[in-house]
Write a protein that binds this ligand. Structure first.
Ligand SMILES: C[S@@+](CC[C@H](N)C(=O)[O-])C[C@H]1O[C@@H](n2cnc3c(N)ncnc32)[C@H](O)[C@@H]1O
Length: 141
C-alpha cells in the first residue's frame, strides 16, 4: 500500500482509535504542555496576540497552559471523548476556556476569528489533500 492510500483510510479509523485511547487512558500525554506550547506562548505574547485557537486540542493540556499564561483560549477537537475530558478538567479548575467538538477541516463553532492558532501533533493525521484545506480554514485570508 502506498503512503497516499494509507492516509486515505485514516479519517474514520483514526477517530475511532483516538476516542478509545482517551476513553481508556484519559490524560495520555500527562497534564503538562509540550515544549512547542511554551515557545508559542512567548511568541504570541511578543506579537500582542490575545485570542488563541488550539486546533486539535485533545483533552486540553495546551489550552490550560495558554489560559494560565493569560490568553483567551478556545479549544476544538474532533474527539467527543477528548472534549469531554477537557471540559471536565477546566470545570474542576474553574477555568474560563471554550471547548467545542469541531473539525479543523470544516470549522463550525461560533467565533469572530483568532489572533493566533496553535496546533500540535495534529496535521500529520490529515489526508494529503486535507492538509492544504486545513491551512485555508485556520489562516486569515
Ligand atoms: C496526537 S493528538 C494531540 C492532542 C493535543 N494537541 C496534545 O498534544 O495534547 C491529535 C489530536 O488531533 C485531533 N484531530 C485529528 N483530526 C482532527 C480534525 N480534523 N479536527 C480537529 N481535531 C482533530 C485528534 O482527535 C486528537 O485529539
Amino acid at each position: 500500500m502506498d503512503l497516499k492510500n494509507y492516509w486515505d483510510l485514516q479519517p474514520d479509523e483514526s477517530k475511532k482509535w483516538q476516542e478509545n485511547r482517551y476513553k481508556r487512558f484519559g490524560f495520555v500525554w500527562g497534564d503538562e504542555p509540550g515544549p512547542t506550547a511554551k515557545m508559542a506562548a512567548r511568541l504570541f505574547a511578543e506579537k500582542g496576540c490575545k485570542n488563541i485557537l488550539v486546533a486539535g486540542c485533545g483533552y486540553g493540556r495546551e489550552c490550560v497552559y495558554f489560559h494560565e499564561k493569560g490568553f483567551k483560549v478556545t479549544g476544538i477537537d474532533l474527539s467527543e471523548e477528548g472534549i469531554k475530558l477537557a471540559k471536565h478538567w477546566s470545570q474542576e479548575k474553574k477555568l474560563d476556556i471554550d471547548f467545542y467538538v469541531d473539525s479543523v477541516l470544516d470549522m463550525k463553532h461560533p467565533n469572530d476569528g483568532y489572533d493566533a492558532v496553535f496546533s500540535h501533533k495534529v496535521f500529520h493525521q490529515f489526508r494529503y489533500e486535507d492538509r492544504k484545506k486545513s491551512k485555508r480554514q485556520t489562516l486569515p485570508t
